[in-house]
Design a binder for this molecule. Structure first.
Ligand code: EPU
Length: 416
């Protein structure tokens, strides 16, 4: 078990270059299966979720090797089209391999990804989208079997703008005959990255970033490359850590445009945030104010993944803040852990009311999930004395060297 130790009370100073985006790179790794090719991904973060995706590719008979920040993938000769339970369960987003496998092999068998830390995460929209493209899907006790003689272009209307279902549909539609249109598509920046990669693979895709995406043709290419864009949630994490610990931090290789509602929340809290073309600078000293209400919504709304981080920054605020979670059913599992630090939080269903306290005290904490774990790190940086965070392996799923980067900024943090 991975355990992190932190001693709070030291302001952060300096600069951090942001890692590549986890949620952008994972669907791209899956999409590399679409046709026989060699892909080079630059600025690929080193994370256990990326390791899990690489292990799936290797299990399928592909080659993949990460060399520093570059991931080389060779999908010239895969030799199987199933993903066993052990691999599916290492990463919730493994379901994103379904569309590419169906497109490449005409069949796919995966184990059911199951519910997770954030509550039930159904995959009905993924399956409906693939069915619209002509797949026959059979759900067995613990597995999903998909077959498609030939995928046909279709109009796909998503009842929710699901990020994963949009990605699965975009990838599978590349291999379909004729035009496909996805309505009510997710608009997250990660969808634009996937569009860029699919175009590099030879697909005609347009509309990413809007609610309507069109896929009209595919002439497969043998090589493709992409630079993974910066991780907007990692950016929100460093901003929250700076507010909790106090100090001044510059984030380089950042896209402030992708973080508008998060930056607005920190500005409302009285932090000085300035954004240049590819940099964000934050300064925060003493107890912050409150952002008022933080309501999570699909992009371009406030991102659900950043809510635990802003909540951490509110624990010592002067006033109260209300958090309303509209995406996942169990987003606030870190709140019980924050209470151990002396925080004042009342949760009821999708609502959490946080009333700032003057002082937090270090405590023994357990990381409940990826973003909840990162939020505990931020909160502990603002607490007096030492904290110990168990189950910190969750944090490695999504953060590349968070501990090292925080140490370089002056935090007292070490890992067992
Ligand atoms: N949903 C359904 N049916 C489906 C798919 C989704 O009901 O078939 C529901 C979900 O239960 C949820 C909502 O739709 O209530 C949105 O889920 P979505 O499919 O958009 O999320 P996802 O694709 O599973 C991605 C990110 C998450 C991020 C969400 C929302 C990746 C790998 N994961 O998940 O990131 O929170 O979008 O923005 O891209 C994280 O990085 O920590 C993380 C959880």
């Amino acid at each position: 078990m991975s355990i992190w130790h932190l001693a709070g009370g030291r302001p952060l100073r300096g600069s951090v270059r942001l890692q590549g985006s986890k949620n952008a790179v994972l669907p791209v790794i899956a999409a590399s299966l679409l046709c026989p090719n060699e892909t080079e991904l630059i600025n690929c973060p080193r994370l256990s979720d990326v390791d899990a995706a690489v292990d799936i590719l290797r299990y399928l008979g592909c080659a993949a090797e990460q060399d520093g920040d570059t991931l080389h993938i060779d999908t010239l000769a895969p030799d199987r089209c199933d993903i066993p339970r052990k691999l599916m369960h290492r990463m919730r987003s493994s379901v994103i391999f379904l569309g590419p496998m169906l497109a490449r092999f005409g069949e796919a068998q995966v184990s059911v990804p199951g519910g997770c830390e954030l509550g039930q995460r159904p995959i009905d929209l993924h399956l409906k989208a693939l069915e619209s493209l002509g797949a026959e899907i059979r759900e067995e006790e613990d597995s999903i079997v998909c077959r498609a003689g030939k995928l046909r272009g279709a109009e796909i209307s998503l009842t929710l703008p699901s990020v994963g279902a949009t990605e699965n549909a975009m990838i599978a539609a590349c291999a379909a005959e004729g035009k496909s249109v996805i309505y009510n598509a997710a608009r997250e920046p990660e969808i634009e990255t996937l569009q860029a990669y699919l175009r590099a693979l030879g697909a005609e895709v347009s509309g990413a970033g809007s609610p309507v995406i069109c896929i009209t043709g595919f002439s497969p290419r043998r090589a493709a490359g992409l630079r993974v864009p910066p991780d907007r949630i990692a950016a929100a994490t460093y901003l929250a850590c700076t507010v909790c610990a106090g100090g001044e931090v510059r984030l380089s290789d950042a896209v402030s445009e992708h973080l508008r509602p998060v930056i607005a929340a920190f500005e409302k809290m009285g932090c000085a945030v300035s954004a240049a073309r590819d940099e964000i600078h934050i300064a925060s000293h003493g107890r912050p104010g409150t952002p008022g209400a933080v309501v999570t919504r699909p992009y371009p709304g406030f991102p659900t993944d950043a809510a635990p981080l802003v909540m951490a920054a509110c624990l010592r605020s002067r006033g109260s803040a209300v958090f309303i979670e509209n995406i996942f059913e169990s987003r606030f599992r870190h709140a019980d852990e924050m209470l151990r630090l002396g925080a004042d939080i009342a949760c009821r269903g999708p609502l959490a009311l946080v009333t700032g306290v003057e002082t937090l005290r270090g405590a023994d904490l357990a990381s409940p999930d990826l973003r909840g774990g990162a939020a505990l790190v931020a909160a502990a940086l603002g607490a007096e004395g030492e904290s110990r965070i168990t189950d910190a392996g969750h944090i490695r799923r999504g953060y590349d060297r968070l501990d090292e980067n925080l140490r370089a900024l002056g935090a007292d943090i070490w890992c067992e």
